[in-house]
Design a binder for this molecule. Structure first.
Ligand code: GAP
Length: 539
């Protein structure tokens, strides 16, 4: 029996996953064929939510800044890109296989097990056949040793022995061992590196010369195109190039819904800065306590790194992920990727634990120097002001779209007890998305669908609002049920066209009720004021 806290977490996650499916946020890819592990599709609401996240990131990062420009590069690039970046040689996870079932695990994710290991040096059968491969099974305290023997015989049967006799049984007490499959106790293989890049072939011939990779990150295209973008955009350092796009990683164990997927989207910024020595040649380094959001010409990588962490946290706050919902992890020197001088992970407190949403790395001049070396093309920059030539350094805020969408869904999901029209208590499921990212901004409802004059007016209001916002028109069922459906979709506002709109009370002619999803309060608003009021509430 799992502990009650863990059970609660699982229950919440299960509810979220099932709600996501039922309401059209996220489903398994190729579901009619049983799905495919690590791949997900976004339904009508999920697609809108994801688009809003990406559009807002793009707007904040490029259109609202003078010092960042965009790029939209191809997914498949020259394979040398991945040699230069280090991905061909080092982008791998340690992998182990169960010797019995062949199930594959990430070695660093195996739950430590304790108990008695039953070792065999091999087995023979009555027909003179033998297998000399050693094998072991770990059983927890209290479990009958016959279990280990049964599993071991199965293993040797798979090795071609029809009726195996186990050889040289010996036992060993194990504490917190990660050498055995937690599901069945079978011995695992030794860890081997497994490259996470998806390989494919360009053109009709499947030869090593034509091998290429689906990009495992969007960042490298930015480095490879650094010079071109610099020239065409006429930017000066410090400046950044950002990109949103698909990335692919053949993860050994995709898990936690969309959190670790094999196909996902990234939103990455490479912000190019001067080396510290150049930036600080004239005025020296900035004082220890620098204001974090007022860039100065003598800022070095540490100040820019702090600046981008702060900018990114503010951005998350602006879509409703509060600082309390986030956490920070400064990677230890031994955990840093080969290219990084420092990395801060911004974590979100998911129901299954605080996990990384975004990594902000100080990458030094590693990438541009590598591409310069591998391509033979200069990646340096002539700094007119400093009269110096150098390879720029980089700060990289790198966020995952799918993880952010999952975080927004987890944060938004609420169950509330409310009283219905008849005074009965009922549970209201409401997705409290920040209006900026909510898939639909406003629901429009005629009070009654069998009154053509109400429907006509409601359709007019819908068509008017549609020019500015995502609108959902709904005339089916009681008005309370329609509100609930929009609460579940996370729609922050609801507009109802009633008889007062048509002038039953003359002073209310051409006004509607505007309902707030979170407070469920309603106010009366003139139709002509609706669009500006809603736009103001959304911004
Ligand atoms: N260019 C640096 C880079 O790619 P990363 O930490 O490997 O760094 C950045 O990835 C972000 O991409 C992560 O913080 C996460 O949000 C997202 N990400 C990485 N692997 C993912 C996966 N398998 N599934 C979903 N999102 C992933």
């Amino acid at each position: 029996m799992s502990d009650p806290k863990e059970q609660k977490v699982n229950e919440r996650m299960e509810k979220i996953v099932s709600r996501c499916k039922r309401r059209g946020f996220i489903f398994q890819s190729s579901e009619i064929y049983g799905g495919i592990n690590g791949f997900w599709d976004y339904g009508p609401l999920g697609a809108e939510l994801k688009r809003n996240v990406k559009d807002y990131w793009w707007r904040s990062m490029t259109q609202l800044r003078n010092d960042v420009v965009g790029l939209d590069a191809s997914i498949i690039m020259h394979p040398k890109v991945w040699e230069a970046s280090g991905h061909t040689a080092t982008f791998s996870d340690p992998m182990v296989d169960c010797l019995l079932t062949k199930k594959r695990f990430r070695a660093d994710q195996i739950e430590p097990q304790s108990g008695t290991a039953y070792w065999y040096s091999g087995a023979t059968d009555g027909n003179g056949k033998a297998c000399k491969e050693p094998y072991a099974v770990l059983i927890p305290a209290g479990k009958h040793p016959e279990y280990a023997r049964k599993v071991a015989r199965k293993y040797y049967q798979q090795r071609g022995l029809e009726n195996p006799t186990l050889l040289e049984e010996r036992t060993e007490e194990m504490a917190n061992s990660v050498r055995f499959n937690p599901d069945n106790g079978s011995l695992l293989t030794e860890p081997r590196p497994f490259n996470l890049m998806f390989k494919t072939y360009v053109g009709p011939v499947e030869s090593p010369d034509n091998a290429a990779y689906l990009r495992p990150e969007t960042a490298q295209a930015i480095f490879a195109q650094f010079k071109t973008v610099l020239e065409v955009s006429r930017q000066k350092l410090p400046f950044g190039i950002c990109q949103i796009g698909k990335a692919f990683r053949n993860e050994i164990n995709p898990r936690n819904f969309t959190f670790r997927s094999r196909e996902f989207e990234q939103m990455e910024l490479e912000f190019f800065i001067k080396p510290d020595a150049t930036a600080q040649a004239k005025d020296g380094p900035p004082p220890a306590e620098v204001p974090v959001d007022a860039p100065q010409p003598n800022w070095g990588w540490k100040e820019w790194h702090r600046y981008w962490v702060e900018q990114r946290v503010k951005w998350y706050e602006s879509i409703g992920l509060t600082r309390e919902a986030l956490d920070f992890y400064w990677q230890k020197p031994e955990e840093l990727a080969h290219y990084a001088k420092a990395t801060v992970d911004i974590l979100f407190k998911f129901p299954f634990g605080a996990q990384e949403l975004e990594g902000i790395a100080a990458r030094g001049d590693f990438d541009l120097t590598q591409h310069q070396k591998f391509s033979g093309k200069p990646m340096d920059y002539f700094d007119e002001e400093a009269k110096a030539r150098y390879v720029p350094h980089v700060i990289e805020p790198s966020a995952g779209v799918d993880r952010l969408v999952l975080a927004l869904i987890c944060q938004a999901y609420q169950e509330e007890t409310v009283t219905d029209d008849k005074g009965q208590a009922e549970t209201r499921v409401v997705m409290k998305f920040h209006p900026r990212v909510a898939p639909i901004k406003v629901g429009v409802f005629p009070l009654l669908k069998n009154r053509p004059e109400l429907v006509k007016k409601a359709l007019e209001v819908r068509d008017h609002l549609r020019r500015y916002l995502t609108v959902f028109y709904d005339e089916a069922g009681a008005i309370g049920r329609r509100y609930r459906r929009q609460d579940e979709a996370g729609t922050p506002f609801g507009v109802t066209i009633d008889f007062d709109t048509l002038g039953e009370k003359p002073e209310l002619l051409d006004t509607v009720t505007l309902r707030d999803r979170d407070t469920m309060q309603q106010i009366r608003v003139k139709i002509s004021d609706l669009a500006p009021l809603l736009l103001q509430k959304l911004s």
